[in-house]
Structures are given as C-alpha cells and as structure tokens.
Design a protein around this ligand. Sequence first.
Ligand SMILES: CC(C)(COP(=O)(O)OP(=O)(O)OC[C@H]1O[C@@H](n2cnc3c(N)ncnc32)[C@H](O)[C@@H]1OP(=O)(O)O)[C@@H](O)C(=O)NCCC(=O)NCCS
Length: 209
Amino acid sequence: MGSETWFPTRLVGERVTLRRHVPTNIDAFRRWYADPAVARLTRYQDGPMRPLEIERFFMSRVVGPDSLALAIHLRETGRLIGTCAFSQMDGDNGSALYHITIGETDAWGHGYGTEATRLMLGHAFDTLHLHRVALSVFEFNERAIRAYRRCGFRVEGRAREAIWRDSRRWDEITMSILAHEWAALRVAERPADRAGTPARVGSPATMVD
Ligand SMILES: CC(C)(COP(=O)(O)OP(=O)(O)OC[C@H]1O[C@@H](n2cnc3c(N)ncnc32)[C@H](O)[C@@H]1OP(=O)(O)O)[C@@H](O)C(=O)NCCC(=O)NCCS
C-alpha cells in the first residue's frame, strides 16, 4: 500500500475537508490547547498544556513522519477548526486508536465532529481495511459520546472513577467500532434507489491524491 493511501493528503466531506497539517497550524494548537474548556474535555491532567508541551505534541504527534493526523477545515471557507488522528496503528491486529479535538469552541455542536469522524472511519475501514477503531472518552463529555454513537461506536468498557474533574470522580469510557459494524451502517443508510452502489454514511469521503 502506497504511503499516499496510508496517509491521505485530503479527505473531502460535505461540510468539512480533512487535510494534512502544515507547520503554521502550530499557532492554532497553541490557542486550542491553552483553552481550559478544551483541556477539561481532553486532558487527564488538571489544566491546559504548557506551551512547551504543545510544541512537543505538535512536532511529534501532528506533523511527525509517523503520525496520521489531519486538520479539520470547513469546506466552504477553509477555516481551520480542529484536528483528528489515529494513533497506535497496529497492522498485525488491524486496529487503531482515534482522537479528535475541535479546538474552535464556537464550532462545537454543528455536526462537524461527526462528519470528520465518519471520514476517518471511512478511511480506516474502506481504504486501510482495519478491523477495529477504538477510543476513550470521559463520562461527562456527553457531546463527544453522542457524536461517537452516531458514527457507530459502541461502549465496550469503563475505567471506573478514573478521572477527577469538577470536584468529583468520573469513569473513562472505552468505545469501539468493528469493520462489520461500519459495513452494516453503510448498508442501513444506503438510499433505496442506490442499492447495489457504494453507500454514503452521512457524507461522501473522497480521497484526493
Ligand atoms: C467532541 C467533538 C469532536 C464533537 O464534535 P461536534 O462537531 O461538536 O459534535 P456534533 O455536532 O457532530 O455532534 C454532537 C452531538 O451531541 C449533541 N450535543 C451538542 N451539544 C451538546 C451538549 N452540550 N451536551 C450533550 N450533547 C450535545 C448533538 O445534538 C449531537 O448529537 P446528535 O447527533 O445525536 O443530535 C467536539 O465537540 C470537540 O472536539 N470537543 C472538544 C474536544 C473533545 O471533547 N474531544 C473529544 C475527546 S474524547
């Protein structure tokens, strides 16, 4: 499999486009990960990342040669709103971990996260032929859990009371989706008049180069 397939330049949906990150996106990361509202939902540690941590994270996990991270842009305006990625790509077992952060808080709740996640799942299952994609999410992150469920993720476990936040303990929830579940969703959402042709799950994923 060519590296362009493994790590696409671009995945195009109806309202968002996922593109490779460019070095100047570091400025957005500095803002996003210094925001306590983003940190509350994404960090095990209490409080936002320090500037040096953000830089290290960006260099190693976002633009590093082995990362499969893509920037989330609004298709109409090109605005950069967030980032999504696979980590722990395991070719032997066909599995990966999924991560997403929409750092621009005014872009939350508009369906962009659901669409970006579906594009990434389409790539994982339809192009890379992975068997399983998993993620973990804090129990109080209801928006994320709803978006993940809508994409087909199911709860598979809980690390009980693993997170201390807002003066109480919460579970960390593990969710996953398997290849056959993704395929079944595609069939279920296929318009009747297009039976026999590849289905769309919410948004068409087009890989460019
Ligand atoms: C989690 C995240 C990716 C979701 O993307 P999004 O574009 O905001 O979410 P969507 O609009 O696609 O879907 C949100 C769902 O939650 C619902 N929702 C919206 N606001 C909500 C809220 N305050 N509380 C509970 N549910 C909410 C929506 O109705 C929708 O559910 P539905 O499709 O069943 O109607 C995004 O909000 C984000 O990056 N947040 C900050 C970082 C984060 O939490 N990352 C995930 C860590 S595991």
